[in-house]
Design a protein around this ligand. Structure first.
Ligand SMILES: Cc1cc2ncn([C@H]3O[C@H](COP(=O)(O)O)[C@@H](O)[C@H]3O)c2cc1C
Ligand SMILES: O=C(O)c1cccnc1
Length: 333
């Protein structure tokens, strides 16, 4: 069992993360060059297939067992009027996930993915971060561990999603702390101009109350339990060499905490989509990731990433299913 009981231990786990399998990657690159198509004609699908092959440790893999994990948490700052919806919606949506009625249920089914929901201490919101850290060290480690342990070691692809009223405020605060600047705040569930001004003020107060520190310290100070659990799941997948599709603004804020802590921590991740939450494009730039889809989604739950599973499956179907020039008797150029 990996020790995840302190930020120092988590830091060590991130530093010990495995790399991709270079032989599988080289084999996939070689195979890609022999497939019956003009070189590069499948565009980014080719890069995706080669990237996936490296993490799968197989030059000719397929995606057969994707997993979607949805984490839910409540936020102390939600009491400050930063969302268009009340905090009870977090719990109500968890019931909806469990009954199969949310968008992520449909998109997980459609992608052939197993899906689990983890509700993290919903009766105990995190502390209001305008007054000090949202979570203690023990709380953030517990949430991170829940995420890490939720990853199915037999999964061959992971999507992490979230539900937590107020969490676009938490995510924007994290990005502001880690990347600087002051224009990372968006409208989340659809706050009006007054709500947006309240969010900006809450984030400014949160930064003042929590001086900038390392990625994991920022996660504890300004994050939430579901955000920490997503970070834990992304890192746990890496320890198992399971590739990850990142979702929108909140998922990427969790991922950014890992990258801030350990430069290559997201090498096993691709960006599933570009969220309509204003600053997501710049956030993806900071992560060095290009989104697979851009459909104007601003939902979270893992929805955009779950939809992008199909793109990755398509890339692998071509890569692993196509004939080579020699096999098909097609003249190479
Ligand atoms: C019914 C409903 C379903 C959702 N599913 C995801 N979110 C999204 O909205 C929330 C973040 O926005 P804010 O920071 O403005 O509260 C998160 O729970 C996120 O997952 C939802 C929000 C609502 C209302
Ligand atoms: O991009 C997201 O994940 C997002 C944006 C708005 C609201 N909830 C989630």
């Amino acid at each position: 069992m990996t020790d995840l009981t302190s930020l120092t231990a988590i830091r060590a786990a991130l530093a010990a993360a495995p790399a991709a399998d270079t032989a599988a990657r080289a084999g996939a690159t070689d195979r890609n060059g022999q497939l019956t198509k003009p070189p590069g004609a499948l565009g980014r699908l080719e890069d995706l297939a080669i990237w996936y092959a490296g993490w799968a440790g197989d030059a000719r893999p397929r995606i057969a067992a994707p997993q979607v994990l949805v984490f839910a948490g409540n936020h102390g700052v939600a009491a400050r009027g930063v969302s268009a919806f009340p905090p009870e919606v977090t719990m109500q949506m968890v019931a909806n996930f469990r009954a199969g009625g949310a968008a992520i249920n449909q998109l997980s089914d459609f992608a052939g993915a197993q899906m689990q929901v983890h509700a993290l201490d919903l009766d105990t919101p995190t502390a209001d971060f305008t007054q000090g850290p949202a979570m203690t060290g023990a709380e953030v480690c517990a949430a991170f561990t829940t995420g890490w342990n939720a990853v199915d070691r037999n999964a061959d692809l992971l999507v992490t999603g979230e539900m937590g009223i107020g969490n676009t405020t938490s995510a924007a605060a994290i990005v502001t702390a880690l990347l600087g600047g002051d224009d990372w705040t968006g409208r989340g569930t659809g706050v009006d101009d007054a709500g947006l001004a309240r969010k900006q003020a809450v984030i400014a107060a949160g930064l003042a109350a929590n001086p900038k520190r390392s990625g994991l310290e920022v996660l504890a100070a300004l994050g939430g339990r579901e955000v920490a659990a997503m970070a834990g799941a992304i890192a746990g997948a890496r320890a198992l060499r399971i590739p990850v599709i990142l979702d929108g603004f909140i998922c990427c804020a969790a991922a950014l905490c890992l990258q801030a802590e350990e430069a290559g921590a997201l090498d096993h991740c691709v960006a599933g989509h570009l969220s309509a939450e204003g600053a997501h494009a710049r956030m993806l730039e900071a992560l060095g990731k290009q989104p697979l889809l851009s459909l104007g989604l601003r939902l979270g739950e893992g929805s955009g990433a779950a939809l992008a599973i199909q793109v990755l499956k398509g890339a692998l179907a071509c890569h692993s299913g196509m004939a080579t020039f020699a096999e098909a008797g097609v003249a190479a150029g």
